[in-house]
Design a protein around this ligand. Structure first.
Ligand SMILES: Nc1ncnc2c1ncn2[C@@H]1O[C@H](COP(=O)(O)OP(=O)(O)OP(=O)(O)O)[C@@H](O)[C@H]1O
Length: 298
């Protein structure tokens, strides 16, 4: 006889086993001795293939550390981290990363920036001309997908921040990575450009069927993009709670006004304040004014 709780537990275990990215009891420390701090404490997280998951939380809660660990840029101290059934022991072509700063090559044109990683592979692995042609076709398709066709032969310095970030995303997608890891990719863009980038990345996610893990400080961005929002808490860095976003996969800007969106935004914001140790903005202002008074009396 099946029991609902058992069925739920079995479902969760199944999801864990079939996950594209799976962290089980993941620990990460920085420093040694008395200065040792725990950046990740027993993180358990299963991300399904083609899922879009966002990570939010107060400053220093370990969002970037978790993302970089999944990317293989940081090692973990204990626990298990598996991507596509394989234990992660460093960076790999299956996991592309996009950061806030575009890190494009200023001396290469847009199209050459996009082809760059592929170009290295052509040199090192003695690819055939058919491979080179396929790479050109892929680069052209990405130019179109990212709305960059008209600037293919421009240099990064001639482009706006939003356009440069589109190039960086196209370059990350060039080798069809199954996983895209994004660390505050739109953090330096103005509000209007961010909105355009949000719809663009959702479109890319639908077409490329990539699993995306996206770090942000911005709760509205986290809710608009994510199918699930993972809320992390600091000191020690850990997962506080995971929230399913009650919106379908096709999103539009007016959904941000839907009562269920607004209610979840409030809940997540309140939880971030609570976990950061600051209950209210008022409390923060009081702390700042006390610090200012202390400075004046010194
Ligand atoms: N290389 C490092 N060496 C020592 N401590 C580090 C290192 N990288 C991060 N930390 C510390 O680990 C904790 C988690 O940092 P992390 O950057 O992952 O947090 P975050 O949630 O991404 O923060 P933010 O939102 O401010 O970017 C912080 O206390 C940070 O100071």
């Amino acid at each position: 006889m099946s029991h609902p709780e058992h069925a739920q537990a079995a479902g969760a275990a199944d999801a864990h086993a079939q996950a594209h990215i799976r962290c089980s009891g993941l620990w990460k420390h920085y420093g040694r001795g008395p200065s040792r701090m725990t950046a990740l404490q027993a993180v358990d997280l299963a991300i399904a293939p083609n899922e879009f998951v966002t990570l939010v939380g107060a400053s220093g809660c370990g969002k970037s550390t978790l993302l970089r660990t999944i990317g293989g840029l940081e090692s973990h101290d204990a626990g298990e981290l598996v991507v596509d059934g394989r234990a992660v022991d460093g960076p790999g072509p299956d996991r592309a990363m996009v950061f806030q700063h575009y890190s494009l090559y200023p001396w290469l044109t847009v199209i050459d920036n996009i082809k760059f990683s592929r170009r290295l592979a052509v040199h090192t692995q003695d690819r055939s001309s058919a491979d080179v042609e396929a790479a050109s076709g892929r680069a052209d398709a990405l130019l179109r997908l990212m709305g960059l066709g008209h600037v293919a032969h421009a240099y990064p310095g001639q482009l706006s921040g939003g356009m440069q970030q589109r190039v960086a995303i196209a370059r990350a997608l060039m080798s069809r990575p199954p996983v895209l890891l994004m660390d505050e990719p739109f953090g330096a863009l103005d509000a209007q450009t961010r909105e355009v980038m949000h719809d663009l990345i959702l479109h890319v996610h639908r077409l490329e069927r990539t699993t995306i893990v996206f770090v942000t400080h911005d709760v509205e961005e986290a809710l608009y993009l994510g199918q699930r929002v993972v809320l992390m808490a600091p000191r020690p860095g850990r997962i506080d709670s995971i929230h399913a976003v009650p919106l379908g996969p096709r999103r539009s800007q007016d959904m941000k006004l839907a009562p269920e969106f607004v209610a979840l935004k409030r809940e997540v914001l309140a939880r971030i304040r609570a976990t950061s140790g600051l209950q209210t903005d008022h409390e923060l202002l009081e702390q700042l004014s006390q610090a200012a008074t202390l400075d004046q009396t010194r």
